[in-house]
Every structure is written in structure tokens, then in C-alpha cells.
Design a protein. Structure first.
Length: 765
């Protein structure tokens, strides 16, 4: 299975997106398809042995639209094709709006005496001549508005309809009616009707809609501002050491294993590992981390971050689309092109919206003509219905907010993988926090070490050597703490054989023909080893919040270690803030209960799950999800299960992250955890958890506002245009006002979505 992202052209409303989606899904081998009207792109999953790019593009072309594949090189300066197309469209629309606007002014002046019933001597009489108005209107209809008629005809031939169909029908009705009046005025006089023409309606409506699209196109371009900012972060060139010389090369020519020199204040061009020198690096633009990070040999550096006062050399480890920045851009692009579940209702409505409006327009004409016999009244109301109806606002309501919301998340160091995750985050009821590496620094150190046989005859050093030799084969943070402690004591390591890690329990191996087993008291007890000897130390250290591991050699307890992992500075404040947001906070850890309780007490967590093996974490998340949710401040049970978020950073957290409704990975953790998550906190700052939830709530509120505006606009506007107020007040909606309202409806939705760019996380007090 492959995934393909296409940029789409020719869409005018959400109905177009539905048409394209149906066309793509009809291609044999296409597994899934999501067309995002706001982002103007399609994300397609397909079986490459059956379908391919050419077949998919052919289906899109057959539906009356065009497409092109997004460039493979993610970090190329903003897609040249996209920039060229958008600028060309802006120029074209601007010219048509100017031409249509000037002509519309003359037509409006010519129609004022008829509209007001007054004799206005300052208006030249020739502008009131229907034949002059016909000549003025024709280029506006067929040149300025030509795309509406072409697109409308294409869709009708394929037995579908879009907003272009409505505009084409409405303006052509006004134009053809006026043409008929111009050519056959005596027919209307014979019917007792005044031969009024409505050329200005066709011209002004087309101009207003084009103006709306011009402003909408400009506003929608701003929704991708986050992507452009991210792409703009990368350096343009790099100073590479080659053949003993420093040479400046374009970023595209940098290769893996190149050695790059970075001077004070310069931007780091690509990802790599420091090999010489030291400095501090400002990573705020990529990770959101406000404080500069110290870098020395062995540390990783990220492309697009800014070097401080020092100078250093680093070896390139990732280039092009593999860099950290490129992966961020890719994730943001995917999120912006995804579709939120809340959009389903709007999609269902837009599926039948245009046919329903056409049916309402026909019914309006028939009813008014039958009851009044007034052709002018019937035509005016019909044109108003066709013009005021707008599926665009419905189609833009969700995707524009999602695009801005995910982009704003990236600016704050929060990567949201999809619109569904962004939406679901606002429904979270319980948030489960892993302890090690999440609440704590994840850099444990050995603080206490006691042996059964004391320090005589070097017993302590010998046991430390055995323990460190075994732990050297493990990736666990506690193992790293033991090895570093041994190195600090200048203890050399030997060779371990038959190493084995028992998940959630400990490790064992054979060293110098001795079986060394290191792990929890529970595990060693299960092995039949007496662990009571050093119980007093264990109890005291655990009461202080330390993790305790026991060391046995050949089936006998020989020593005990106390390991402390300091809390992150923000842990307590974050837990407090999550409680203020109305969330239940739970701690999940493989550590023993006493240590877990001590840590939980420090941060203010009441509910904990301790001594949990990695294979049990997902099951615990599942059990929490199945708990009965209760209505706020009530004992009445709610049949809905809890929405649970899991925050973790390690390999052993990946199943739990995948099981949770929303998996939140600490970006400083493992790639496996990040891959299994829905949201990634790039810097590892726990405060971003609160920001992510606040952003989700702000985005969903914004979407609801947009949907309300879009629905209420059509629910109120269409009946008024159909003349529902005429029997009561004798008032009809002028089709010109209907056209202006339709143009402004889409613009208002996009403008409201753009307010999210001003989102700022609320301070934690």
C-alpha cells in the first residue's frame, strides 16, 4: 500500500470535493481517499499493484478537475507550482473584479431610476437603454463569469452539480430574462407588466462572487502560513570541511558524514552529532524550548536551530527529507490535509445541498407564478434562491480551522498527526502519565549502594563490576544509571553471556561463570531468592521516592541499590493545571508501589498503577476506557466510556499509547513511542500537554462557530430569498444583496478560522 498526496485545482465548493472523492474511490485499487476542500488536496491510500498516479489523475480529469503531485522534496522553498498557481489566480481574479466592478457601476447607475422610481437627471439617459446595458453586461457574464458556466456545464454533463451550477443558473436566468424583455418588450406590456430588465443583477452578482473568491483565496493562503514558516527556518547553505578546506555549499549538496563547521550566531544547516567544540543552541523555533540547550561532543544538533556564542563541528547524520525539520513539515502537512469527524455532518449536507437548492428554486418559481402570474416576481425570487445558497461556507468550516490549529500547534512545539486527534483531545476525561521520563527527568542516578558482605576485600567493587557488566546490555534508564555509576567509580566492565531481559522484572546474564540477576524484589522472590536481609534499606529508600533494585549472584542476594530520578520542574504545576481543566490524572509505572506513592504525593496525583509490566500497560488503559463516565457534579451514570489520553516516552509505552484514545509522546523519547502516538511534544516540556488540550478546545469551539454561521446563513437566507417575507411585509430580497451575502459567507468563515492564529496558551497559576 502506498500513500499519495495530490494538490487539486478547479474546486469551487465542498460539493466539488465530494465529486472528486467519489471519482478517486471509483478507481480500482484505491483503498481510502480523503479530499480536503480547505487544503485543496487529496490524500489517497492505494494498492500500487493495481492503481497508480496516472489512473488516479485520469479519474480526476474525467470528473472535470485537475491535479498535480506534491514535490517529493518537502523542504524545497514553498512549492513553486503552488506559488505560481496561486499568484496567477490572484492576478486573474483581480483583473476580472476590476473590469466587472467598473461595468457594474455603470449598470447600477442606469438601473437606479427603475429601482427607486425616481427621475434622476444627473444619470445619462443612454445608460438606461436596455440595449446599452446588454452590451455592457455581456462581457461580464461571458468573460468575467465564464468559469461558472464552463464548470457548471461540465458538472451537469456528469450528472452532478456544484456551487458553479447555482451561480450559472441564477445569473443566466437574470441575463436571459432581461434579454427577452429587451427583444420583446411588447409581450410584457400586453401582459400588463412593466418591461424591467435585470442586467445589473447578473453583472454585479458575478463581480461580487469573484471579489469574494479573491478575498477568500488570499485568506486561505494564510492558513498555510505555518508550513511556510517552518520551511523558511532551514539554512540556505553550509560550511563543509572537505579536503582540509572550509567551503560553502548549498544545503542540497550536503551529504551524510560530512563535517560541518558552525560559527557563533549561525544557523545549523542539517541534523548531526557534535564531534568537536561546545556551545549553546537556541532550539525554540523547532522544539518550542525557550532556554538555550548546551551542546558538547556526543550531543545531537537539529537543523534550523541557531548556535549561540560558541563554535563547534558536527558530523551530518540526516539530510533532505530525513531531517527533523522535514519530518515536522510532513506531519503538519498530513494533519492539515486530514478530515475531522465533526466534518461528517457538513459532508453529508453538501452531498445533497446543490440538488436541494435547485429543487427549492424550481418550486419557488412555480409557486409564485401560479399564485401571482407575475413572471418578474417569480424570476427574481428564483434567482435570489440560486445565488444566496452557499455550500462553500459548510465546506470551509472545518478544514480551515484544522489547518490553522495544527499549524499553531507546530509553532508551539506540538505535532498533531491528524484532525481526528485534534478533535478528540478536547473530549479527554482522564489523562494517564508515565513516571520515568515523563513526570521525571528520565536520567536516574545511583544515590545509594549497600552490599550484604560490606566493603571488605573489595566486595563492593566486585559486585558493582558484575552488575554494570550485565546492565551494559540493557537500554533501560535504570541500567544506564548503574553503568554510569560504575564508570564514575572507575570500574572496568567484562563480558556478559546469555543476557536476558525480563520485561517489567529485571535482567540476568552470566559473568565470569556466575549467574547475575538484577531486578525487583517481587521477581527475585519468585525465583526463590531470600530478599529480607536488606529490607530496612529498601523500605527507607522507597519512602524517599527512590527506585530500588536488588542484585543476586548464583541465587543469593548480594546487594541493593537506590536510584533517584528527579522530577521535572514543571510536573507539579502541570498536574495542578490538568486538574483545573477538569481532568482526572493517573500515574502509571513499572516501579514499586512505595516509590510510586512517594512521587505521586509530590506532584498531587491521587490515583496510581504501580509495578505494571509493559505488556500490562495497554490493558490498564483499556480498563480505564471502559469505566462508566458520570455527568459533571452528578451521580447519574453516563453510558459513554471515558476518553483517555496516555503520555509516555519509552518503547514500553508504545502499546499503551496506541491503545489510548489520544496517545501523547514526549519528543525527547524513542522513535517507537513517537510513531505510536497521535500527538508529539517535541521538546519534552510537560506544559505542552496543557497547551495541546487548550488548543484542541479552542479549535473545536472555532469549528462549531463556523458550522453555526454556515448552517444559520443558509437556513435563514434561502427562505428570505424565496420571498417568505413578501406576503407579510411586501419585501423581496434583491438578488444583488443575495450575491453579496453569498460571497461574504465563505469569507466570514475563513476569517473566523484565521482568528486561531492569535491563540495563546493560558498561563498556569
Amino acid at each position: 500500500m502506498d500513500t499519495l498526496t495530490l494538490k487539486l485545482r478547479g474546486m469551487s465548493c465542498a460539493a466539488c470535493a465530494n465529486n472528486i472523492e467519489k471519482a478517486i474511490r471509483s478507481v480500482s485499487g484505491v483503498i481510502d481517499c480523503n479530499v480536503n476542500f480547505g487544503a485543496e488536496q487529496a490524500t489517497i491510500k492505494y494498492d500500487r499493484s493495481v492503481a497508480n498516479l496516472e489512473k488516479i489523475q485520469a479519474a480526476i480529469d474525467a470528473a472535470g478537475y485537475s491535479s498535480y503531485s506534491l514535490q517529493e522534496e518537502i523542504l524545497s522553498e514553498e512549492d513553486d507550482t503552488e506559488k505560481a498557481v496561486r499568484r496567477a489566480l490572484q492576478r486573474k481574479l483581480s483583473l476580472k473584479v476590476v473590469v466587472g466592478g467598473v461595468i457594474s457601476i455603470f449598470l447600477l447607475l442606469g438601473s437606479l431610476p427603475m429601482m427607486t422610481g425616481l427621475n434622476l437627471p444627473l444619470i445619462p439617459s443612454f445608460l438606461q437603454n436596455p440595449w446599452v446595458q446588454l452590451v455592457l453586461t455581456t462581457p461580464v457574464v461571458f468573460w468575467c463569469g465564464g468559469s461558472f458556466y464552463r464548470n457548471g456545464w461540465k458538472t451537469l454533463k456528469r450528472h452532478t452539480a456544484t456551487m458553479d451550477t447555482l451561480i450559472a443558473l441564477g445569473t443566466s436566468a437574470a441575463y436571459l430574462y432581461s434579454l427577452f424583455v429587451t427583444v420583446f418588450p411588447k409581450f410584457f406590456i400586453a401582459q400588463g407588466l412593466i418591461p424591467h430588465v435585470y442586467y445589473e443583477v447578473a453583472a454585479i452578482v458575478i463581480t461580487l462572487i469573484l471579489l469574494g473568491r479573491l478575498l477568500e483565496n488570499r485568506a486561505r493562503g494564510q492558513t498555510s502560513e505555518a508550513i511556510r514558516k517552518l520551511i523558511g527556518l532551514q539554512a540556505r547553505d553550509a560550511r563543509v570541511m572537505r579536503d582540509g578546506r572550509e567551503i560553502d555549499v548549498p544545503i542540497a549538496e550536503v551529504r551524510i558524514n560530512d563535517v560541518i563547521l558552525v560559527r557563533p550566531g549561525e544557523k545549523i544547516p542539517v541534523d548531526g552529532e557534535v564531534i568537536a567544540g561546545a556551545s549553546t543552541v537556541d532550539e525554540a523555533m523547532v522544539t518550542g524550548e525557550s532556554l538555550p540547550v548546551k551542546k558538547q561532543p556526543g550531543d545531537e544538533v537539529i537543523g534550523a536551530t541557531i548556535n549561540g556564542a560558541g563554535a563547534f563541528q558536527f558530523r551530518v547524520t540526516r539530510v533532505g527529507n530525513d531531517t527533523f525539520l522535514a519530518q515536522i513539515v510532513k506531519l503538519v502537512q498530513q494533519a492539515q490535509g486530514s478530515k475531522a469527524p465533526i466534518q461528517r455532518l457538513a459532508d453529508q449536507v453538501t452531498g445533497w445541498f446543490v440538488p436541494a437548492v435547485i429543487a427549492i428554486a424550481i418550486a419557488t418559481f412555480v409557486i409564485w407564478f401560479n399564485f401571482t402570474g407575475n413572471l418578474t416576481l417569480a424570476t427574481t425570487t428564483t434567482v435570489g434562491v440560486l445565488i444566496i445558497a452557499c455550500p462553500c461556507a459548510l465546506g470551509l468550516a472545518t478544514p480551515t480551522s484544522v489547518m490553522v490549529g495544527t499549524g499553531k500547534g507546530a509553532e508551539n512545539g506540538i505535532l498533531i498527526k491528524g484532525a481526528d486527534s485534534l478533535e478528540l483531545a478536547h473530549k479527554i476525561k482522564t489523562i494517564v502519565l508515565d513516571k520515568t521520563g515523563t513526570l521525571t527527568q528520565g536520567k536516574p542516578t545511583v544515590t545509594d549502594f549497600v552490599t550484604v558482605n560490606g566493603t571488605a576485600n573489595g566486595n563492593e567493587i566486585k559486585l558493582l563490576q558484575l552488575a554494570a557488566t550485565v546492565e551494559h546490555n540493557s537500554e533501560h534508564p535504570l541500567a544506564e544509571a548503574v553503568v554510569k555509576y560504575a564508570q564514575s567509580q572507575e570500574v572496568s566492565l567484562t563480558e556478559a553471556k546469555n543476557f536476558q531481559a525480563i520485561a517489567g522484572s529485571g535482567v540476568q546474564a552470566v559473568v565470569s561463570n556466575q549467574l547475575v540477576q538484577i531486578g525487583t524484589q517481587r521477581w527475585l522472590t519468585e525465583l526463590g531468592i531470600n530478599t529480607i536481609t536488606l529490607q530496612q534499606y529498601k523500605d527507607a529508600w522507597e519512602a524517599a521516592g527512590k527506585t530500588v533494585i536488588l542484585i543476586a549472584v548464583d541465587g543469593k542476594l548480594q546487594g541493593i541499590m537506590g536510584i533517584a530520578d528527579a522530577l521535572k520542574p514543571s510536573s507539579t504545576a502541570v498536574v495542578k493545571a490538568l486538574h483545573k481543566l477538569g481532568l482526572e490524572v493517573v500515574m502509571l509505572t513499572g516501579d514499586n508501589r512505595k516509590t510510586a506513592e512517594a512521587i505521586a504525593l509530590q506532584v498531587g496525583i491521587q490515583r496510581i498503577f504501580a509495578e505494571v509490566r509493559p505488556d500490562q500497560k495497554a490493558a490498564i488503559i483499556l480498563s480505564i476506557q471502559g469505566e462508566i463516565e458520570r455527568f459533571p457534579k452528578s451521580k447519574i451514570p453516563n453510558p459513554k466510556s471515558k476518553i483517555v489520553a496516555m503520555v509516555g516516552d519509552g518503547i514500553n509505552d508504545a502499546p499503551a499509547l496506541a491503545q489510548a484514545d489520544v496517545g501523547i509522546a514526549i519528543g525527547t523519547g524513542t522513535d517507537v513511542a513517537i510513531a505510536a502516538s497521535d500527538i508529539t511534544l517535541i521538546s519534552g516540556d510537560l506544559l505542552l500537554i496543557v497547551t495541546a488540550i487548550q488548543l484542541s478546545r479552542a479549535t473545536i469551539n472555532n469549528i462549531r462557530q463556523n458550522l453555526f454561521f454556515a448552517f444559520i446563513y443558509n437556513v435563514i437566507g434561502i427562505p428570505i430569498a424565496a420571498g417568505i417575507l413578501f406576503p407579510i411585509f411586501g419585501w423581496l430580497l434583491n438578488p444583488i444583496i443575495a450575491g453579496a451575502a453569498m460571497a461574504l459567507s465563505s469569507l466570514s468563515v475563513v476569517s473566523n478560522a484565521l482568528r486561531l492564529r492569535n491563540f495563546q496558551p493560558k498561563a498556569i497559576s
